[in-house]
Each structure stands twice: as structure tokens, then as C-alpha cells.
Ligand binder design. Structure first.
Ligand code: CAA
Length: 297
């Protein structure tokens, strides 16, 4: 059955090579998913060689784990590993790497100006039909596409962490996204074995808008004096993961960015926790200290 709002499947274009901009936490998980499910060449790019190498090494290590667990055979593991490569973004190497891709997804820093620049650069190197997908968790697809020559090929393609396990994929249609792009996004999501839903291009879409409300509430409880471990233990058996453990998984900077985006859009309805701001400012990955406070000091 066609997901609600999905255009006719016959409009979908084949995906034969995938480019991924960024080689960080989400990007490397996406590379693994694409190579396993689509079995097409996947190129990971980033600004420095160390990050590119780390992204490729992550994919190889995860394939090795699947092999060790007996989930895949040696032939498949070798085939999948050989399909993944890395290249530096920008520069001649990066341009070549993407020139014959028909589906490029970006998973770089969650900042509109950065993502717009990435798409402007990618658009110079790919064909006019190449899909430009964004894994943004909160930003406007319409705005991200606005200055491009072909805004109709931009679509939101939002995954959840851990990508290998979480079933949902939010597909976001910008004002100018065309039916062929949307149909390709749905067909690709299906090939990736995700549950696809069409969501409105509104701040943080569906899941993160709800999660932002929840995490804002949790942050307020902590700001009012309840220790973080107490809040987390309150959720034992209620949620798959306690809230501050989830925060740690997703990354405090992403969570803060989400709440700030929502607060800007709906100031009366979303709370930005000062304690969370301090954790992010201190660049802490840990979600609470030995005294049980969210404060990094
Ligand atoms: N990468 C790959 N696989 C992972 C993984 C990871 N980081 N973490 C767990 N898994 C796999 C395990 O290997 C295991 O697979 P097998 O059964 O095939 O061996 C399976 O997941 C279950 O893992 P565990 O038994 O170790 O642990 P669990 O039962 O506690 O489940 C969990 C782990 C699925 C992560 C669960 O805790 C959960 O659902 N947490 C909530 C996650 C969530 O809400 N994510 C959304 C965050 S919001 C977001 O991402 C949006 C955004 O834009 C910021």
C-alpha cells in the first residue's frame, strides 16, 4: 500500500550511486544502511581526511560485527566493504566522487547557512536530476532549497538514532519539491526497509517537535532542582530509554538546537533549559556529573 501522500511509484528514479556529505555520527550510520540495503557504491565526504577515514572505518567495523554475529556471510561482507569509499569535500577529489551520484544526502552541522552552502556546492557537480536529500531534524526544507537552480529535487529524509534500529523515516516535502523527487524518496526509504511517512515542512517536523516538548519539560524539572538521575530513574520501564540517556545518545548540542528552533517558532510552547545550554557550551558529551547535576562544573 502506498504511504499517505506518496506520489505514484512509477515516477521514482533509480538510485545507482549515493553520495553522503559529512562523515560524522549520523552520516556514517547512513552510509552503513545505504550500502547494506541498496548495495550500490556509497561515497562519504568530509572536510578533513581524519573524519573521512573514521567514517569509513566505522562502516567496515559494523560490517565485521554483522559477520561475527553470523548475520551476513564473508562474500557479502567483502562486497559491502568494497562499495564504501571516502573523499574530501570540495576540491577536485570531492567533485569527482559525486559527479555520477543520483542521490546525495547531507548530514552535516545543523545550521541553515552551512547546509545551504553544502547544497550549492553539490549542485555544481551533480546532474540536474540528482536528488538532494537532507537529514535535518528541524530546519525548513523550503528555505534550504530556495537559492538552488533546481529546488524541486530537494527533500527532507530524516532518520533517527540508532539508524540501524529505529524504523521510522520522516520524508519532508518542501514547497517546490516535485513528485519525481518525492516518489524516489519513498521508493528509497522502502528499499532501506524503513517505515516512511510524509510530514509537513514545519519546525522539527513531527517526532522532534513532540520530543522537544518532552525534553523541554524534563529540562525544566532539572532546572527546578530535581537531580538528573532521579528524573532518569522515574522513567525505568516507562520509556525504551531514560530521557538523559537519550540526550546523550542524540547529542546535547542537537537537542539544544532542536529546542532553540522550536522556541523561536513557538516561544510560548517550548522551553530552553539553561543547564543544557551550559553542558553544550562546555562541549560535554556526558549527560550528568558525579553529583547528579546536569551542570558540567
Ligand atoms: N547502533 C547499531 N545497533 C544498535 C545500537 C547502535 N547504536 N544500539 C543498539 N543496537 C542494536 C543492538 O545491536 C541490538 O540488535 P540485535 O538484537 O540485532 O543484536 C538491538 O539494537 C537492541 O539493543 P540492546 O538489546 O542492546 O538494547 P535495548 O533493547 O535497550 O535497545 C535501543 C536499544 C533500540 C537504542 C533502545 O534503547 C531505544 O529504542 N532507545 C530510544 C532511541 C530513540 O528514541 N531514538 C530516537 C532519538 S531522536 C533522534 O534521533 C532524532 C533526531 O533527529 C535528533
Amino acid at each position: 500500500k502506498r504511504p499517505a501522500g506518496a506520489p505514484d511509484r512509477s515516477l521514482a528514479r533509480p538510485v545507482t550511486k549515493v553520495g553522503i556529505v559529512g562523515a560524522g555520527l549520523m552520516a556514517s550510520q547512513l552510509a552503513l544502511l545505504f550500502v547494506r540495503r541498496l548495495e550500490v557504491p556509497v561515497v562519504l565526504t568530509d572536510l578533513d581526511q581524519e573524519r573521512v577515514d573514521k567514517g569509513v572505518a566505522y562502516v567496515h567495523a559494523e560490517i565485521d560485527k554483522l559477520l561475527a554475529k553470523g548475520r551476513i556471510g564473508g562474500d557479502k561482507a567483502n562486497r559491502h566493504k568494497a562499495l564504501v569509499s571516502g573523499a574530501l569535500s570540495g576540491g577536485a577529489e570531492g567533485v569527482d566522487a559525486f559527479s555520477d551520484a543520483d542521490f546525495v544526502i547531507e548530514a552535516v552541522f545543523e545550521e541553515m547557512s552551512v547546509k545551504k552552502q553544502v547544497f550549492a556546492d553539490v549542485e555544481k557537480t551533480v546532474s540536474p536530476e540528482c536528488i538532494l536529500a537532507t537529514n535535518t531534524s528541524s530546519l525548513s526544507i523550503t528555505e534550504m532549497a530556495a537559492d538552488l537552480e533546481h529546488p524541486e529535487r530537494v527533500v527532507g529524509f530524516h532518520f533517527f538514532n540508532p539508524v540501524a534500529v529505529m524504523p521510522l523515516l520522516e520524508i519532508v516535502k518542501g514547497e517546490r519539491t516535485d513528485d519525481a523527487t518525492l516518489a524516489t524518496a519513498f521508493a528509497t526509504g522502502k528499499a532501506l526497509k524503513k517505515t516512511t511517512i510524509l510530514v509537513k515542512d514545519s519546525p522539527s517536523f513531527i517526532v522532534n517537535r513532540l520530543l522537544g516538548r518532552f525534553m523541554g519539560g524534563v529540562g525544566r524539572i532539572v532546572d527546578e532542582g530535581t537531580p538528573v538521575p532521579v528524573v532518569d530513574s522515574a522513567f525505568a520501564g516507562v520509556a525504551p530509554m531514560p530521557p538523559f540517556m537519550l540526550l546523550s545518545l542524540v547529542g546535547p548540542a542537537i537537542a539544544l538546537h532542536n529546542n532553540e528552533t522550536l522556541h523561536r517558532a513557538f516561544p510560548d510552547r517550548f522551553y530552553v533549559s539553561p543547564a543544557l545550554e551550559r553542558v553544550v557550551a562546555a562541549r560535554k558529551a556526558a549527560y550528568y556529573g558525579p553529583d547528579g547535576s546536569l551542570d558540567p562544573e
